[in-house]
Design a protein around this ligand. Structure first.
Ligand code: TEU
Ligand code: CA
Length: 540
């Protein structure tokens, strides 16, 4: 049985701005990444997902692209990029790029043209409408701003932006725009890229009638912009235009995907290869992500089970640049011992599932959330907008709590390499503060300690590589009486591996299914008892 490379490898996500700064300007860059590739190879990763490195005014940290074929000046040059590709491939590491084509920056040449006049050749590259009674064309809310529309006086019309004001949505109805995007993607493939992570790809197509959402005020209306019928047309066209005949892959960030509609975009190789679903990421928010609730472990088990059943191949991840740090979120940072133990437990729980792991930079050393106390420490448009709005509504304390628990900047603080000033990330002033815990939590220290989270991740990656059961086996949830345990079994050709994880600070009795077998990995057990945040992995 032949598997494509993207099912056999572990991916590692790099947020370039915060990974490694090579020239002391406080901003991570391509040469910084090149200088750390031996580390990635040592860890055992087989592919890198690089967050946007394109020219951008950075209103949304690179997710607002001004030029799809220029490297952001702070990050380096196209020749640095070419060197990165070569150095990765020399180590047998694949590279996938971020593809952000739901929207561009308002500073992109297309939009600069588009807004000039109603009959500009680029007018239809974006979504322009006349207002209704002096108001927005409809009542849609955006991800980052109250209304999803901004008014442009020059032509007396409004443009749609599902994200920030400086991120106008591209008009996928326009075949010229689509062809320009495909040509651009093909040129990246020609530069040696092995695939794309497709930003909010599920919202490319909008309901052509742009109907009002149901409700008062501005209404977030994914029923009119997520998973629209035309989406499938566009994805199939893109597949044919860019992927056919190449050994390349794509993983879609399919916001609003469900176990019901997921099979419509993955599985048959005609649209996406992989998708990111957010059911687990959304579990600890009630209504909105800013209202945190504790993790419900039986529910986690149900979600995992339903996804493992819904599609043949899942992505496995605990975080990304939009999510808080997982050890702070679902593990425990009360003591150093619990941080280490719970980070290992989380890795076991997620990365032994059936699917392709995506690690986020810093996760492998158990980096934690940042203790933000002042607005000037924030860099993320989403948190800044939230705080501004909350101030007007006198809900500042609520917003701060949300930002501490869920703010995206938690994952964007610099990678902690060693205990030298600024964690070895930069010799200058970092663009965002370094987490003050870097003297204790850093790569150099973790390297020197065979019991560290880092060494554990390396073992886990190696274990996946050498085990057919883990790479190919099927999945079965093991129901547990104890509400804090997650347990499952992977089986392949008559052999199986049983995984049990304790998501609580209380010791827990092992379920009978996990009492026997050869121990592959385990926290120290006492009399068939898992310690707080303990785990055990057994083969039989
Ligand atoms: O994220 C899209 C998305 O749905 C998330 O933004 C999420 O809803 C958001 O973080 C609010 O919590 C992608 C990128 O990953 C993100 O960094 C960009 O800001 C966004 O698209 C716009 O390009
Ligand atoms: Ca730099």
């Amino acid at each position: 049985m032949d598997f494509p490379w993207w099912k056999e490898r572990v991916f590692y996500q790099i947020y370039p701005r915060s990974f490694c700064d090579s020239n002391g300007d406080g901003i991570g860059d391509l040469q910084g990444i090149v200088s750390r590739l031996d580390y990635l190879q040592w860890l055992g990763v087989g592919a890198v997902w690089l967050c946007p490195v394109y020219d951008s005014p950075n209103d949304d940290m690179g997710y607002d692209i001004r030029d799809y074929e220029q490297i952001m000046t702070e990050f380096g040059t196209m020749s640095d990029f070419q060197q990165l590709v070569e150095e990765l491939h020399r180590r047998d590491i694949k590279l996938i790029m971020d593809l952000v084509v739901n929207h561009s920056s308002d500073e992109h040449a297309w939009f600069v043209e588009s807004r000039k006049s109603r009959d500009n050749p680029y007018r239809d590259y974006y979504i322009w409408r006349s207002g209704k009674d002096g108001r927005e064309p409809n009542n849609w809310a955006s991800f980052f701003t109250p209304s999803a529309w901004s008014y442009d006086a020059a032509t007396d019309q409004w443009y749609l932006h599902l994200f920030g004001e400086k991120q106008p949505d591209l008009n996928w109805e326009n075949p010229r725009l689509r062809q320009d995007v495909y040509d651009m993607m093909n040129r990246w493939f020609d530069r040696g890229v092995d695939g794309f992570r497709m930003d909010v790809i599920s919202v490319l197509a909008k309901d052509p009638a742009l109907p009002d959402g149901k409700g008062q005020g501005y209404v977030f209306s994914p029923e009119y912009f997520a998973f629209q019928p035309k989406l499938h047309e566009y994805l199939r066209e893109m597949r044919r235009a860019c992927f056919d005949g190449r050994d390349c892959m794509c993983v879609g960030e399919t916001s609003f995907v469900t176990t019901e509609n997921a099979p419509s975009v993955v599985g048959d190789g005609r649209e996406l290869d992989l998708l990111f679903q957010f059911d687990i990421m959304d579990m600890d928010g009630q209504g909105s992500k800013w209202d945190p609730i504790p993790l419900d472990v039986p529910r986690l088990g149900q979600i995992i089970q339903s996804w493992q059943q819904a599609i043949d191949w899942n992505t496995l991840f605990w975080g990304n640049h939009d999510q808080p740090r997982v050890v702070s979120r679902f593990g425990c940072t009360d003591t150093e011992e619990l941080r280490v133990q719970s980070a290992k437990m989380l890795a076991v729980a997620m990365y032994l599932l059936r699917g392709t792991p995506f690690l986020y930079q810093g996760e492998e050393i158990g980096m934690t959330n940042f203790p933000f106390t002042r607005p000037d420490q924030l860099r993320d448009i989403e948190s800044i907008q939230l705080l501004n709005r909350a101030r007007q509504e006198e809900r500042e304390a609520w917003a701060w709590n949300g930002i501490l628990c869920k703010g995206r900047d938690n994952a964007r603080t610099p990678m902690q390499w060693d205990d030298s000033p600024n964690a070895g990330f930069t010799t200058g002033t970092p663009w965002i503060d370094v987490n003050p815990n870097y003297p204790a939590i850093n790569v150099a220290r973790a390297m020197a300690d065979p019991e560290s989270i880092l060494h554990f991740y390396r073992r886990l990656i190696a274990l996946r590589k050498e085990s057919n059961i883990l790479r190919r086996g099927d999945f079965q949830l093991i129901p547990c009486e104890n509400q804090h345990l997650l347990a499952y079994r992977r089986s392949y050709q008559g052999r199986s591996i049983t995984v049990v994880c304790n998501f609580s600070a209380q010791p827990a009795a092992l379920p009978p299914e996990a009492k026997t077998g050869e121990t592959l990995l385990s926290a120290p057990l006492t009399e068939h008892q898992l310690p707080p945040f303990g785990y055990v992995v057994r083969r039989s």
